[in-house]
Design a protein around this ligand. Structure first.
Ligand SMILES: *Cc1c(COP(=O)(O)O)cnc(C)c1O
Length: 381
């Protein structure tokens, strides 16, 4: 099997599984209790918090563990709106956000919050001047993702955060795809809130975190116990959190090396495909990108048919975001970048991982031209 869908999820690393095991078995205690297995669990929780905080340049008390990247995005947006409730509220965002942000904004719009989506250019980038130009006295939060899950395009986060800071507006970034693939330091980026998730960096599914800069006005959205300094109630998932911390530790340690490796493979892949197949475009190629993602549009064919052929050959890729798969709607990311519905439907996302090999890429480049030409011969598009 050749797995090229790392932006959907990654395999759990062996070291991560090992780091999780003790907290399923001997140290199973509830971190809030007062006896030995619980103390060990609490110690693991606080150690993990320290590891993750250090990795992004934060303090441990600025990290809140959640049940997913999606929940972190919800906490950021709903939590800030709740903290300011009773006022007229306005959010600035972009049309290329992950559904976790996009749909949450739509939902908040239903409760009376005004939403502005600033446009992106053909390469998928937001212009910071558009963010500045849309700020109103009611703007309560700006949320712009760090790196896009479909194209890998990196947004000008520093420039946007400077604008937000100048106006005293809370700035959130969804860094789920950026984290582990480029340096993400909360002070360098200038963010107040930042979402990360474990399963995109070889950690377990079902655990994420939200960085909350000290002093940020935000309310909890899950109430009950006083876990996570009363910012997210619910018994902590210690095995997953310990695994998350191990995954972060390894991602930080191998950041440069993995980045170089994936850049070489991605560039080789893109060059070979462009050489061997006509009428292909690489989305976001002109913009800064994380090193593992390649979004390719093949003219006159349907991406789903390519995926079926690849699946038969043991190659796993996707047409875009995992959440949108199976829906007939073309990708909102690609249409926002100016692609037609047909062009968007002919797009495949290949997302490489740290363990992807040159052999994997060579094999893919061998089979792709045949698949594309066969499909184009029978295509009615
Ligand atoms: C995967 C992803 C999410 C959601 O994270 P989960 O932990 O799967 O809920 C949010 N944003 C981006 C950019 C993602 O790629």
């Amino acid at each position: 099997m050749i797995y090229l869908d790392h932006n959907a999820t990654t395999p759990l690393s062996g070291e991560v599984l090992e780091a999780m095991m003790p907290y399923f078995k001997q140290s199973f205690g509830n971190a809030s209790s007062f006896y030995e297995p619980a103390r060990t669990a609490r110690a693991a929780l606080e150690k993990a918090r320290g590891t993750i905080a250090a990795a992004i340049g934060a303090s441990p008390e600025e990290i809140v563990f959640t049940g997913s990247g999606t929940e972190s995005d919800n906490l950021a947006l709903r939590g800030v709106c709740r903290a300011f409730q009773g006022k007229d509220l306005h959010i600035i965002t972009s049309p290329v956000e992950h559904h976790a942000v996009l749909k949450t904004c739509e939902d908040l719009q239903g409760t009376g919050v005004r939403i502005t989506q600033v446009p992106v250019d053909n390469s998928g980038c937001v212009d910071p001047a558009d963010v500045a130009g849309n700020i109103t006295p009611d703007t309560v939060i700006i949320t712009i993702m760090c790196a896009n899950n479909e194209t890998g395009v990196i947004q000008p986060i520093q420039a946007i955060s400077e604008i937000a800071r100048g106006k005293g507006i809370i700035f959130h970034t969804d860094a789920v795809q950026a984290f582990g693939k480029m340096p993400v330091h909360v002070d360098e980026l200038g963010v107040d809130l930042m979402t990360i998730s474990a399963h995109k960096i070889y950690g377990p599914k079902g655990v994420g975190a939200l960085y909350i800069r000290k002093g940020t006005n935000i309310s909890p959205i899950i109430t009950g116990g006083s876990q996570e300094r009363a910012r997210r109630a619910g018994t902590e998932n210690i095995p997953a959190i310990a695994g998350f911390a191990k995954a972060v530790e390894m991602a930080v340690e191998h950041l440069d090396e993995a980045g170089r490796h994936m850049t070489v493979l991605r560039d080789t892949f893109e060059n070979q495909i462009m050489e061997r197949i006509d009428n292909v475009t690489i989305n976001g190629q002109g913009a800064p990108r994380i090193p593992n993602t390649s979004s390719m549009s093949f003219a006159s064919i349907d991406g789903e048919s390519i995926l079926l052929h690849l699946d038969l050959l043991g190659v796993c890729a996707s047409t875009g975001s995992a959440c949108a798969t199976g829906s007939p709607e073309p990708s909102h990311v690609l249409t926002a970048m100016g692609l037609s519905h047909v062009e968007a439907q002919g797009t495949i996302r290949f997302s490489l991982g740290k363990d992807t090999t040159l052999q994997d890429i060579d094999r893919l480049c061998e089979v792709m031209p045949g698949i594309v030409s066969r499909l184009r011969r029978i295509s009615s598009i």
